[in-house]
Design a protein. Structure first.
Length: 94
């Protein structure tokens, strides 16, 4: 059988997920990653609109799939993602 069908699921710890979310947000928002904290609110603190949040979700899904720890965000759950911490918690709960 092809090797890619036997890939073990990698697990990411919380600091790694936080770093991934921060890096992707920095790229999307054209901001310095060091200015993004776990407590930041997407809209109020980071000035991220709904399109930026959708882009973040798509990038996270792709990035996590590449790391063999696929996470799919349910569309109805997106309204509950208000902070960077919410996004990290969501990934960690999957």
């Amino acid at each position: 059988m092809p090797a890619e069908t036997h890939m073990e699921r990698q697990s990411l710890d919380r600091p790694a997920v936080l770093q991934l979310v921060r890096e992707q947000l920095a790229d999307i928002l054209e901001a310095d990653v060091d200015t993004i904290s776990e407590k930041d609110r997407f809209a109020e603190d980071l000035k991220a609109d709904s399109l930026a949040l959708v882009e973040l979700v798509e990038v996270l899904e792709d990035e996590l799939a590449e790391r063999s720890c696929a996470v799919l965000f349910d569309d109805e759950d997106l309204v509950d993602l208000l902070t960077v911490q919410d996004a990290v918690d969501y990934v960690m709960s999957r």
